[in-house]
Design a protein around this ligand. Structure first.
Ligand code: NDP
Length: 293
């Protein structure tokens, strides 16, 4: 079994991005600027946004974090997004999800200028992805492609089973794995909570992608020997030995599954750092592609 090391791969990609930025600036290019919106103070969202802002600083990107109380209305939040759309200094916009229930996530995502949609969630970005046109790929599936590419894992003709069909992970992942590109050309099955006999599908997976949001849900009897396992899940479980009182585990029961796999991502330090790389890659691209009026 080989561990797919998100920290090592992300460090290499960050170095590549830093060098690309140096070249871009030498040609007179603008420093990429990411604007992040955080509503409320959900601890997990705070941590994710904090990491994104920190990575911008590490790479030499500019960033702005706009924080709002959960009492913000949908109308007010849409106006904030519009301000960022119109701000020439800003190349990329991300709105950290989830949003409070009185705000429509679809409305907010749809309001982002597609040219600044570095999370790749806008319908235009998703449409381009499905059609195989250039655009921003959703950060997590993009990060997973970067990881497969780094380890030169050829998935051509392989059976990939994606468990989870969310708009931000499972659904785009299934499209990207099956596209006629590299990495891609896999045969894909997508499973969800209504799938009957999930194990019958996961057992057929040469590549198993778990994006479910349930701690250690995929156990050893559900995994084919020699499978490549990508664990997207980030779940908090109580752990009294930790100062915080919790630790992070994936959707895969790593302890029982790891020895059966050819490759597996750990949680943390697997897909998480790769997601940030996907976002940073998109942000640099956004700055480079910016339309100059
Ligand atoms: P969602 O809750 O939006 O989607 C979960 C999916 O899992 C749904 O499609 C759901 O099915 C399916 N599911 C739930 N229970 C079962 C079950 N018993 N059997 C089969 N399928 C099931 O989650 P996300 O896609 O946003 O996130 C998934 C996980 O990945 C979470 O732990 C999240 O924290 C993590 N995540 C990690 C990221 C990273 O950077 N590492 C980035 C984004 C997310 P149905 O559609 O039928 O409800």
């Amino acid at each position: 079994m080989q561990l797919l090391d998100g920290i090592a791969v992300s460090n290499q990609i960050k170095l590549e991005l830093k060098n690309e930025l140096i070249e871009w600036k030498a040609q007179g290019g603008k420093v990429p600027h990411l604007a992040a919106i955080l509503v409320g103070n959900n601890p997990a969202s705070e941590a994710y946004v904090g990491n994104k802002v920190k990575t911008c600083a590490e790479l030499g990107f500019e960033s702005t974090l706009l924080r709002f109380d959960t009492t913000i209305t949908e109308f007010e939040l849409l106006s904030e997004v519009e301000k960022l759309n119109l701000d020439d200094r800003v190349d990329g916009i991300l709105v950290q999800l989830p949003l409070p229930s009185h705000i429509s996530e679809d409305a907010v995502i749809n309001a982002i200028n597609p040219d600044k949609d570095v999370d790749g969630f806008h319908p235009i970005s998703q449409g381009r992805m499905i059609l195989g046109q250039p655009g921003f790929l959703p950060a997590t599936p993009y990060g997973i492609l970067l990881m497969l590419d780094h380890y030169q894992i050829d998935i051509t003709g392989k059976h990939c089973v994606v468990v989870g069909r969310s708009n931000i992970v499972g659904k785009p992942m299934s499209v990207l794995l099956s596209r006629n590109a590299n990495p891609g050309n896999a045969t894909v099955t997508i499973c969800h909570s209504k799938t009957a006999d999930l194990k019958a599908y996961t057992l057929q997976a040469d590549v198993l992608i778990a994006a479910i949001g349930r701690a250690r849900f995929i156990t050893e009897p559900m995994v084919k020997a020699g499978a490549i396992v990508i664990d997207v899940g980030i779940n908090r479980v109580a752990d009294t030995s930790k100062k915080s009182g919790f630790r992070l585990v994936g959707d895969v029961d790593f302890e029982s599954v790891a020895s059966k796999c050819s490759f597996i991502t750990p949680v943390p330090k697997g897909v998480g750092p790769m997601t940030i790389c996907g976002l940073m890659r998109n942000t640099l691209n956004a700055a480079k592609l910016k339309k100059v009026n």
